[in-house]
Unconditional design. Sequence first.
Length: 46
Amino acid sequence: MGVRASRKRIYDAEFREGAVRIATETGKPIPEVAEDLGIHPRTLHS
């Protein structure tokens, strides 16, 4: 079996602010916004 290296993605402030804006302005649930952005919902909660 191979070892899978995990890579922590770093999102810039503009991406994070945009994600929060989408969630607050649209009223969409966090998991739905995260899916739209292609990220894990826990990433958006952080």
